[in-house]
Design a protein around this ligand. Sequence first.
Ligand code: SF4
Length: 453
Amino acid sequence: MAVKKNTFHIVSLGCAKNSVDADSMAQLLINAGYDLVIDPRRACVIIVNTCGFIGPAKEESFDALAEMAANKKSGQVLIAAGCLTQRYGGEVTRRVAGIDDILGTRRWMDIVDVVESRCGAGHSESRYQLSGATAVGSDEHGASRVSVEGASAYLKIADGCRRSCAFCIIPSIKGPAVSRPMESILAEACSLQDMGVREIILIAQNTTDYGYDLGLKNGLAHLLTKMTDAVPRIDWIRVLYAYPSGVTNELIEVMATHKQLVHYLDLPLQHAHPLTLRRMHRPSNVDWVRKTLGKMRKAMPDLALRTTFIVGYPGETEEEFQTLLDFVEEIRFDKVGAFKFSFEPGTASEKLGDPIPDELKEERMKRLMEKQQAISLERNRRFVGRTLDVLIEGAGDDMSIGRSYRDAPKIDGLVLVKGQIPAGQLVPVRIENAMVYDLSGAAAEFEPNGLRV
Ligand code: SF4
């Protein structure tokens, strides 16, 4: 298979924020006259947009680079971009032979220069050097910061993080929080509406810090209010990656009073024992968290709450872990994601080492998820007999799959709907059955053949 001139193939690993960077890089290359090809064997430039967050994700990135390098043909150029590269710089090329150049996540917008310097007429020797950027650039060269998947789109509102959670390497990869101008975000939301997108998912390392660096107070609440005015035809606006102390009364009120803002919040808490939270350099006033969750549920009784916990953090005693289990039992979250602590050099927790044996981390992870599975089933069962709007994302033989307002893409459950319904439809579904993570039912207005009655 011949390599086609001025073509590129891009792979994105890790989180939705990385997919947005990959789509923005692709847009800049297309604007510069390069064609995107699906088959890496045909591409003259192969870009791997890596993830450098924790152990398993880093290994996946190194493996993807090694695979591309091993299959690389003469005339092809391999570029390692993204967070792993930002974190380790030229070291990545020492671990994986065959990488032609590197580009850190802070300067994703330089992709055309890097490609040109590799493929362009006057291409020069590999530098394997990162720019000295201290933060993610705001010179976006007109690239939109979105990633569209079917009828849904991720929209990045900021990058970087001003927090200092001890286990987290992101601030040292991405640098400080850089909020995007509100007018750019609103303009992109309008373009998504014109494209027929039905759900906009706002993302950042920490969405509730939006506007802090712009001098805005309650920037996210302000942005959401403006967005509901700007895009009245968008059905759902969803917020991921909130930070506890960023959940203000203003944000709760805005979410409760605007129909398009889905009553769903992804609020990673990481733990529930004050001592563990203090060692994590995280807000440790658990009573405040309780009160705030209570306020949210009072304002939005149908609120779907998602959180994330880390088990096996250095120093986590059985008593601390039991406090976490009791908290989960008490709060009864709709969705819980859990991670085993991953020892990460370069983080503030590095000095604490990794004293908790992996078997004990596994055992605690199992106990936590078993408890949550029972709670998740109980919370799902409340919807049997009720009707939920479901955004259809695909269909099989005689079944369609979709999500309700309670489910973010990829990380939460699904709704299985009888019949074949076109993707992109938002249909009322009468829920007939509840499972641990998913629901199933029949669309009120559709015959099994997918036609509207
Ligand atoms: S808020 Fe999130 S991205 Fe920022 S340091 Fe904490 S865990 Fe990392």
